[in-house]
Design a protein around this ligand. Sequence first.
Ligand SMILES: *Cc1c(COP(=O)(O)O)cnc(C)c1O
Length: 218
Amino acid sequence: MSDAQQRLADVQAGLDRACRDAGRTEKPLLVAISKTFDADAIRPLITAGQRHFGENRVQEAAAKWPEMLAETPGITLHLVGQLQSNKAAEAVALFDVIHSVDRPSLVTALAKAQTATGKHPACYLQVNIGDEAQKGGCAIAELPALLDLARTAGLNVVGLMCVPPANVEPAPYFALLAEHAKRLGLSGLSMGMSSDYETAALLGSTVVRVGSALFGSR
Ligand SMILES: *Cc1c(COP(=O)(O)O)cnc(C)c1O
């Protein structure tokens, strides 16, 4: 096995374990977060069969992905980073899934970009689940209004996404996100990173976003 195959197998085994422990039959989707890594680091994972990748900067993704997308049909690109409204058009053109919809002005910009491009990426509403001043994400109290606005504007909202506070036990935040998704009737839960994807899978994550466990440290 190549290093990439080995790392991929390790993460998939962790997800299998968590699903078994939780009695889940459907495994979360693994998105490989390739930010800061170049094509030479990414291609071995594509060769190993990985097809979902995530980036956190539109500019970086636009520079490195078109060539790899042309080489390998069937790759799905996810945007997981904060998105400026003036980059919405470029993001809609490049990404199939956007995990960071967190404010009304961005909803408006994405809706306009959808009309212009005819593309309708799947969207997650990012929630500031730990109520942290410095972090992106919609406040919990504003979630229902943001969801209404996004749906009215024609966005395809499939779920909620969060990045819990650093250096504390993430499980309560994952559980809280799951509770809000349920309350809003949303089935998608984008939660879990390299350090906590098994915990997230135990608590119902449908998508885990894993970078360093697959690519090494940044
Ligand atoms: C970088 C990043 C990840 C992946 O982080 P790792 O700890 O490397 O797995 C997941 N989600 C978001 C939003 C990120 O920015």
